[in-house]
Design a protein around this ligand. Structure first.
Ligand SMILES: [Fe+2]
Ligand SMILES: [Fe+2]
Length: 177
């Protein structure tokens, strides 16, 4: 069953948002590297790559359903906040925005009785729970170390141990999609 025009538009908007997420994390990662926080830089770069994969996952689905991909101009990322805590706060706010978008897309698919969309969107609903949890944990730990530079360097090293393709920043996590 071919994807409806309305759902095709909704998927294209989501693809746009995933690429913008990828862009935003790439900028944050580069700025961390510039501030001599290579671990956080690496974490953000891997996060950026993961968002790119999300976009590709949606693109493949749209094509499999006979929909037309319509790429749009990407908005420039916001300037990276001046502290590490504020940067991860911005990342969390961004993920919460993506979660709302995924939920909106799920509701549209449900209302249209587009049942083939539901497993894909359920995967993304779960993914967003993980993404928000991961970023929240990093944020809590950053708040814990506060102004302690040694703590910050420790967290930088820990985030730098993130494995490529893993879904979260936790060293034990290995949830490649
Ligand atoms: Fe994503
Ligand atoms: Fe994300």
């Amino acid at each position: 069953m071919q994807l409806s025009a309305e759902l095709t538009k909704a998927y294209n908007d989501q693809i746009q948002l995933e690429f913008e997420s990828s862009f935003a994390y790439l900028q944050m990662g580069a700025d961390f590297e510039l501030r001599s926080l290579p671990g956080m830089g690496r974490w953000m770069r891997l996060q950026s790559a993961e968002e790119h994969l999300h976009a590709m996952k949606f693109i493949q689905f749209v094509l499999d359903r006979g929909g037309k991909l319509e790429l749009q101009t990407l908005a420039a990322p916001h300037a990276t906040p001046d502290t590490v805590v504020h940067t991860f706060e911005a990342a969390l706010a961004h993920e919460q925005r993506v979660t709302r978008a995924i939920h909106g897309l799920y509701k549209k698919a449900l209302d249209a009785q587009d049942f083939a969309s539901l497993p894909l969107l359920q995967w993304f609903v779960n993914e967003q729970v993980e993404e928000e949890a991961t970023v929240s944990t990093i944020l809590e730990r950053l708040r814990m170390v506060g102004d302690d530079q040694t703590g910050l360097l420790f967290l930088d090293r820990e985030l730098g141990s993130r494995a490529p393709g893993a879904d979260s920043g936790a060293p034990e996590a290995d949830g490649a999609a």
